[in-house]
Ligand binder design. Structure first.
Ligand SMILES: Cc1cc2nc3c(=O)[nH]c(=O)nc-3n(C[C@H](O)[C@H](O)[C@H](O)COP(=O)(O)O)c2cc1C
Length: 178
């Protein structure tokens, strides 16, 4: 089966989570993990599952203004944040705007601060909504992976992502073979 994991990431955390989800998914087929910039129609063509994730900014998916603030924060002299190679490319909102019909299985994830969701918000809600609008069938609930207040992944979140990827692989195999 063909599986594509699409991620947006400013500081690399969502990128690491996307890679770990991709590893977990390998038991179901061939997996491509791509930043939004590279995930064009040719990459998505014929995918049996598309998994899409990004960071939570201002309670939801990133916007141009929040992406700019994120870059500025990383460029401060006392910052230990490193911009992901594709951080200054396009965000998920633009990617969805350019996306045509995508009638396949899908799942949504985000990274966000640790805390009650009513306080932090979660980008995966908007991602899941858009995937459905574009014709996808979600095969699991949107999933969040947590970062510290200093924007570093919490312990065990990569393992959590690997396990979720593996759970998605099982769900997909069940759906496709029944
Ligand atoms: C401008 C900005 C706004 C943010 N707003 C939120 C927020 O509303 N809720 C939250 O949980 N985290 C928020 N965060 C933290 C991000 O979710 C965190 O930086 C992100 O998950 C890290 O993923 P990345 O390394 O892939 O960019 C914000 C971060 C930035 C830079």
């Amino acid at each position: 089966m063909k599986i594509v994991v699409v991620y947006e990431s400013m500081y690399g955390n969502t990128h690491l989570i996307a890679d770990a989800i991709g590893k977990g998914l390998q038991e179901a087929g061939d997996v491509v993990v791509m930043p939004v910039d590279g995930a064009d129609a040719a990459v998505l063509e014929g995918a049996d599952l598309v998994v899409v994730g990004g960071p939570t900014h201002a309670h939801g998916m990133t916007r141009e203004s929040t992406r700019k603030s994120a870059v500025e924060a990383a460029e401060k002299p006392d910052s230990d944040l490193v911009l992901d190679p594709d951080a200054e490319g396009e965000g998920l909102r633009d990617w969805f705007d350019d996306l045509g019909k995508l009638a396949t299985h899908a799942a949504a994830f985000d990274t966000r601060m640790d805390g009650p969701v009513s306080f932090t918000g979660r980008a995966s809600k908007g991602i899941a909504h858009r995937l459905t609008k574009h014709g996808c069938t979600l095969i699991d609930e949107p999933q969040s992976f947590l970062v510290t207040k200093d924007n570093h992944l919490e312990t065990d979140e990569e393992q959590h992502a690997l396990t979720w990827g593996s759970d998605l692989a099982e769900s997909l195999q069940r759906l496709v073979t029944h």
